[in-house]
Design a protein around this ligand. Structure first.
Ligand SMILES: [Mg+2]
Length: 268
């Protein structure tokens, strides 16, 4: 039997979890899934046996509503039992819909948007002051670029050259109520980050080799904070959901889940 790749496990878990719970945000989970796959499988230094190690890398999911993909990553890396995923979003669950710091491996609760980068910046500064060599990774939505607190953190980190801070923007071109281009145009996004003193990578957020190369390069950069502007597709991989605003809200139906799983079997 061929063992499943980490990315394939994340994909199955996210679509199943949102179907079973009949809850929102499958679109934003799928747009950042390839990023999470590479980050958790190849880059970030975390260990479920030493979850509070002083020298661990820190990860903050600023787009806290897409918790399903991170819960899957953490469960499959051994931070808590995979069977917890079956209770996602239920009343009384250990895995609430917006990511929760009480879950093993989660550094910070988010869901009220626009806070993750400022918190990550504070962690990175503290670690730098204590001579801890680890990195802080923050996964941000493109909609959060509208938040003043995000822009303040960008300015501050660039000015103070907080080089242990790595931000990843899931640029799926949608936010809750429409297209980012229509609400507040962000382009040219990577040039804006560069103008504030960041080292920027503008990449295909579904190309795992591009993601890995950029993350490993960002880790080595010793002069500036780094950002990966990842061009992604909301609902990536789920028929009828790709590139559609409704994927922010609508969960996959039972038929859509079955079609999806059958499709995965065909391309194995
Ligand atoms: Mg978005």
């Amino acid at each position: 039997m061929v063992s499943k790749s980490f990315g394939r496990i994340l994909l199955e878990d996210v679509v199943r979890m949102t179907n079973v719970s009949q809850t929102s945000h499958v679109g934003g989970c799928l747009s950042c899934l390839d990023i999470v796959n590479v980050l958790f499988n190849n880059v970030i230094n975390i260990d479920s046996k030493k979850p509070k190690s002083k020298n661990r890398d820190r990860f903050i999911l600023s787009k806290g509503h897409t918790s399903a993909v991170i819960y899957s990553a953490l469960a499959n890396k051994g931070f808590f039992p995979v069977k917890w995923l079956r209770t996602f979003f239920e009343n009384g669950t250990k895995l609430p819909g917006h990511i929760d710091h009480k879950v093993p491996g989660v550094e910070f609760s988010t869901g009220s948007l626009g806070h993750g980068l400022s918190v990550g910046l504070g962690m990175a500064m503290s670690m730098r002051n204590k001579k801890i060599k680890s990195k802080v990774y923050v996964l941000l939505s493109d909609g959060e670029m509208n938040s003043g607190s995000t822009v303040e953190a960008i300015m501050f980190a660039g000015h103070h050259k907080i080089n242990n801070l790595i931000c990843i923007v899931d640029k799926n071109q949608f936010q809750a109520l429409g297209k980012t281009d229509d609400i507040i145009n962000l382009n040219p996004l990577s040039k804006k980050w560069e103008s504030f003193g960041w080292n920027a990578y503008d990449i295909d957020g579904h190309n795992t080799s591009e993601i890995k190369t950029a993350l490993l390069s960002a880790k080595k950069n010793s002069q500036k904070p780094s950002v990966l502007v990842c061009n992604t597709v909301k609902g990536k991989g789920l028929k009828d959901f790709e590139g559609r605003l409704m994927s922010h809200y609508r969960p996959p139906s039972d038929d859509q889940l079955n079609d999806f799983m059958e499709g995965l079997e065909l391309i194995r």
